[in-house]
Design a protein around this ligand. Structure first.
Ligand code: 8YV
Length: 330
């Protein structure tokens, strides 16, 4: 029988996933869940046939160059691969896979949750009550903004963007979007979406902007200081994609100055670090901040693990893994 591949997993995964991996592969787990240092990652890549990293591991060109020749697959536990230098991996003949599709609904749900939380001041209200500060109902207290009938501009119309649009339509929002490629007419018609080739023009007209595109060199600071200035003062910005897509300092300055109405952020430019200014704005009820919970459901994490396993098995059996990521796809 052929020797089982050595699979090194960098973080603690759901029990069911880890058990199955141990049955199938020679699996090295991370019982403590402590993120690996760059040096420890380098060591792992010198030994593993397959590495299973997550968003918290930075697999850059330097690490990939020093990887052992036996490393043939990086099977990312996650959809976004901006933590991995896919180009450098390809040059070394290392395949990269991800886990698309299984976190679409969860991430779209969280996007709507943030739109509602910011517009209806849900966290602020809940915190006031929990602090024992609620003195009773009032006709003019804690008024938020209605979302029905408002314009939602979605930046990125892939799987997650479409799932957001579908939900938002049910909430009575009118859907607008910007994407590199226009969506098929059937999808535009179904979701009654308006396409904006110009992101600038779309931003200037929206009540709510939701970021749902991947982070790539082309989308880094896509919502730059200049573009953020185009937003209307009543606008809110929601980001469940990647912090790097928005110039976070510029957004923070505008929130402080009251130049936009609010923001709901599940991701940050220097995660897990969140600036004191943003934290202050959160305490003042001006923003809702979440600790990267977009895909954090028990079901989603099991499904992601299952995808990782399927990708490893297909690859080890000599097939092209179903979720192979190539630089041309980014
Ligand atoms: C994952 C995510 O939890 O999949 C992604 O791209 O952003 C997250 O929701 C994370 O990446 C796991 O590695």
């Amino acid at each position: 029988m052929r020797k089982k591949p050595l699979v090194i997993v960098t973080r603690k995964l759901p029990d069911g996933v880890e058990t199955r991996m141990r049955e199938l592969f020679d699996t090295r787990l991370n019982e403590t869940d402590a993120p690996l240092s760059q040096a420890a990652l380098g060591e792992a890549m010198k030994a593993a046939d397959v590495l299973v990293p997550t968003v918290t591991d930075r697999i850059d060109a330097a690490l990939i160059e020093q990887a052992g020749d036996q490393l043939k697959l990086i099977a990312n536990f996650g959809n976004g691969v901006d933590n991995i230098d896919v180009d450098a991996a390809l040059r070394r003949g290392i395949a990269v896979t991800n886990t698309p599709g299984v976190l679409t609904d969860d991430t779209a749900d969280m996007t709507l949750a943030l739109i509602l939380a910011v517009s209806r001041r849900i966290v602020e209200g809940a915190n006031t009550l929990a602090a024992g500060e609620w003195t009773g109902w009032s006709p003019t207290w804690m008024l938020g903004t209605r979302i029905t009938g408002k314009r939602l501009g979605i930046v990125g119309m892939g799987r997650i963007g479409q799932a957001v649009a579908r939900r938002a339509k049910a909430f009575g929002l009118s859907i607008h979007y910007h994407n590199r490629r226009r969506a098929p007419t059937a999808i535009e018609d179904e979701l009654e979406m308006t396409y904006w080739e110009s992101l600038d023009q779309m931003l200037a007209r929206m009540d709510i902007v939701s970021v749902n595109c991947p982070h790539t060199p082309a989308t880094y600071h896509l919502l730059s200081a200049r573009r953020l200035k185009l937003l209307r003062p009543n606008a809110i910005v929601v980001n469940t994609a990647r912090g790097e897509i928005i110039d976070e300092n510029a957004l923070t300055r505008m929130l402080e100055a009251g130049e936009i109405a609010g923001a709901g952020l599940d991701v940050f430019e220097h995660e897990p670090a969140v600036s004191n200014k943003l934290l202050r704005l959160a305490r003042a009820g001006k923003v809702t901040l979440l600790p990267h919970l977009g895909s954090a459901t028990a079901e989603g994490r099991m499904d992601m693990g299952e995808k990782v396993i399927v990708n490893i098995r297909a690859f080890m059996d000599g097939h092209s893994p179903p979720d192979r990521v190539l630089p041309s796809m980014l």
